[in-house]
Write a protein of this length. Structure first.
Length: 448
């Protein structure tokens, strides 16, 4: 029978050798960051992929990515603050970002954004200001307002596609005429036909997202030669003839032209993205992020165009900022992640249509343009709508620079716009009241 002592000696030897080995690198050498964001499940997958790639390139940093519902985002961040568990980096609602930065809860990124080669090359329109030209952060990505359309419906009606080239943008009259030809009731009649039933429309020619934050109606004010606010941010200009005409024209799509659904009709509809996919909507004025939904539908024959114009082509730049929270104990690591997180080479949401790059080079340099535009979501003939339109025809909405904008929206602009969309007041009546209501709330601009 073989002796047990050699085996016991071997075990002792192994333990002895193990005790002599250097200790593993302690986890304390790894910097931990918490990153909060909102978005769809599709965005969640993309963000997790981005975080994984960042950790691979930065093995000394571990990132916990926490997705929060947009509706509860601010409340959840506020609760984290009270519990002493604030994230290091995160998306932040655009209306509240300047206020938090003023209170010192968000880092002042002015010097970083002005001096860093990558961040300083971001389009100036993407900077969120909070006082005396100070910058709280940059957009997570560029977003603009565009026109989406169902090509099959256009082909069936014999209507030419709307242009993607801003220089060839439809006039408002051309847009309305096309919408009338594309609108059909259950009996096959158009709004211009005798006997058309506006209460039983099978296919709407057009629709616009009826929000009050401005990105579906500000472009038309700018296109008509108007402005939202004066140069020093002390007076709303929504009561100008240019603004009144633009907003009333949008309302007339519902109540006069009968080519767009009213708020009441919206209640029984499945949503504009779904309607365009199913052939019940021909044209959809919306934010560029809707492209992700349209491009994800197999065999959907859709197109992307610039908005119709009044006097000149125009769109708006919008989007919420990503910020670094002042409570972070890992500022250098947070900055490294901040710079990485919206890199078009690392995040596929640019190529898939949800986001647009911040840096100008991605709109002008062929190699960088190809990186995010050479795909199904960005057909070649539509690329001017994603490049020239942004660079040469866009204006940032007031959330980037107007002080007290959240209160101005809630107490002056929102009530007026809701009355107009419901046909409870004309644009002239409601917008003049909005300017009066906003007067005591106007406090100037953050960027001057």
């Amino acid at each position: 029978m073989p002796s047990k002592f050699p085996r016991l000696f071997l075990v002792i030897l192994i333990f002895s050798l193990a005790a002599c080995q250097p200790a593993a690198t302690p986890t304390s050498n790894v910097t931990h960051l918490k990153f909060t964001y909102w978005g769809s499940e599709m965005e969640k997958v993309a963000i997790e992929g981005m975080v994984s790639e960042f950790e691979k390139r930065n093995p000394d940093i571990d990132v916990e990515a926490l997705q929060l519902p947009y509706e509860d985002y601010l409340a959840r961040i506020t609760a984290m603050e009270k519990q002493g568990q604030m994230p290091d980096v995160g998306y932040f609602p655009s209306l509240q970002a300047p206020l938090w930065a003023q209170e010192g809860k968000i880092l002042d990124l002015t010097e970083l954004i002005q001096t860093d080669p990558l961040l300083s090359s971001a389009l100036p329109e993407t900077r969120y200001y909070f006082g005396n030209g100070r910058i709280a952060g940059l957009n997570t990505a560029v977003e603009v307002s565009l026109l989406f359309y169902n090509k099959d419906l256009f082909d069936k009606a014999g209507v030419p596609y709307p242009p993607a080239d801003p220089a060839k943008a439809w006039t408002w009259t051309e847009f309305v005429n096309a919408a009338q030809k594309l609108t059909v009731d259950v009996n096959g009649k158009h709004p211009t036909d005798e006997g058309f039933d506006k209460t039983k429309i099978a296919t709407y020619g057009a629709a616009f997202d009826k929000i009050y934050e401005g990105w579906t109606f500000y472009p038309f004010i700018f296109s008509n030669g108007g402005q939202v606010v004066n140069n020093d941010g002390t007076k709303l200009l929504l009561d100008s003839p240019q603004a009144i005409e633009a907003i009333q024209s949008l309302a007339d799509l519902m109540w006069v032209d009968h080519v767009a659904p009213t708020p009441e009709q919206d209640r029984n509809l499945p949503g504009y993205v779904t309607m365009l996919q199913t052939g019940n909507l021909a044209m959809h004025i919306s934010g560029q992020w809707s492209l992700l939904d349209y491009a994800s539908v197999k065999d959907l024959n859709f197109g992307v165009a610039v908005l119709p114009k009044f006097k000149s082509p125009a769109t708006v730049v919008l989007g919420s900022p990503t910020v670094i929270f002042a409570s972070t104990k890992n500022k250098d690591a947070a900055i490294r992640f901040y710079k990485f997180h919206n890199d078009p080479e690392a995040v596929d949401l640019f190529a898939r249509g949800l986001w647009m790059p911040l840096q100008k080079a991605y709109y002008t340099e062929p190699d960088k343009m190809k990186l995010w535009l050479d795909n199904h979501a960005h057909p070649l003939e539509m690329q001017p709508a994603f490049t020239d339109y942004v660079l040469d025809y866009s204006t940032p909405i007031p959330s980037y620079y107007l002080q007290n904008y959240a209160e101005i929206l809630n107490n002056a602009i929102q009530p007026a716009i809701e009355k107009i969309w419901k046909n409870d007041a004309t644009a002239e009546e409601a917008l003049k009241q909005a300017v009066r209501d906003a007067e005591p709330l106007m406090q100037g601009r953050w960027d001057k």
